[in-house]
Design a protein around this ligand. Sequence first.
Ligand code: ADP
Length: 466
Amino acid sequence: MKRAVLLRFMVILLLALVVSSAFSYYFIGKNMLQHDMSAMLNTIHAVDYALDYSGNLQEQVEKLHAEAMDASSRITVISSDGTVAADSEVDQVDSMENHLERDEVREAFETGTGSDTRSSESVGESMLYVAARSSNGSYVVRMAIPYTNILDYMISIFPVLLLGTGIAFVVSVILASRFASTITTPLKEISAEMGKVHGARTEFSFKQYKYKELNVIAETTVKMAGEIQAHVEQLEKERKIRQEFFSNASHELKTPITSVRGYAELLDQGFIQDEATKKDFYARILRETDNMTNLINDILMISRLEAKEAEVTFSTVRIGPLLTDVFESLEPIAADYQVMLHKECSPVSIEASAKQMRELIMNLVSNGIKYNHPGGNVWVEVWSENGRLHIRVRDDGCGISKEDQERIFERFYRVDKGRSKKMGGTGLGLSIVKHIVEYYNGSILLESEPGKGSCFTVELPFKKRM
Ligand code: ADP
């Protein structure tokens, strides 16, 4: 990457240097030409000052040229009618053609000064001409030096420019290389650190870098790795729970199946003659199959809730009539256990699944009956408060100890396994209740004291947030 960055940088740099050199090259050349022209003008003024226009001009010009001027330069004096009055390079000025049409001469007569570059007809060389009107106004003094074009100047400054460009290039490449390193080195270090990741390892040691963007990469990596690990842990936890659930469920089913099989075998072999015992065995078989049905229904209910089933049908559930219905269903068992049921219900309704609401209330009330004593009571209160539906199921039954309170919502957890089973309990009722409450983003609170009774308070928002 560093090489690629550097290479690109070098190309850009070279381009910039070439463009900037070309510009300076051109402007320096132009400046030098300007400078030369003004020096020539000074010389012309000096010559003009030194000339005695009433004397022999040719002689004076030759003398001045020989004594004070460079051999390659040329001085010409032209009178106002265009005839050449004197020339440092030509002896027979009379033979020279009229100079009035020469651009620099015409310009000088018109404006005071003039200049031109062209090939000289008299000398046959490419020249730069600068001319100025004489102080007395009747002549033009012209100076010429050999000159092809602006390149003449450029050639002289080329080596200097080349050296400058070269130095600038080398220094810039060194600096650019260092600059590229400040970016590529951290990137290399970061990717090396990321390359160390194996499995769920999230121990990174990133340095603090000069550039904020690089630190962002490091921070995001740490954050992402953390999230991935949390996700993996969550999946692992869920997998364990599911596995445990399946092994518990099959264990729970095995017991009734074994006893059903035992009773059936005994009956089948014809050992039992006593009609009363036979009847008892049949009754046991029926109870065990009921237990199995309950268990399977509860297992199905839990797995549906866990899968957050989409096909839950929502409707406006009126809690009052629902409670009456639940009480009617449970009345026979309540009578059996000699437990009184009481309800106090505000006319409230909730957007929910009627089936789930029935299951929730049914489980809590039937627990209140099952874990009670003859002469006990179960009270159900329903009201609306703070925009939430409140359902409170209270009993004066056996109560639950502090340690058990923390665990009774777990699947298959029963305080008194024998008693629960005898009453057709599956150990899944409260777990289902908790799942339903969570499904509606509600909450459940348990207050209980052994020997005094228990109180479950459920709070649900009236509309489920999706
Ligand atoms: P089960 O099918 O055994 O009733 P639950 O999940 O409904 O399963 O309840 C778990 C355990 O919590 C029960 O076995 C029982 O020991 C205890 N429990 C539940 N409700 C009450 C209650 N109202 N009073 C006393 N104990 C209760």
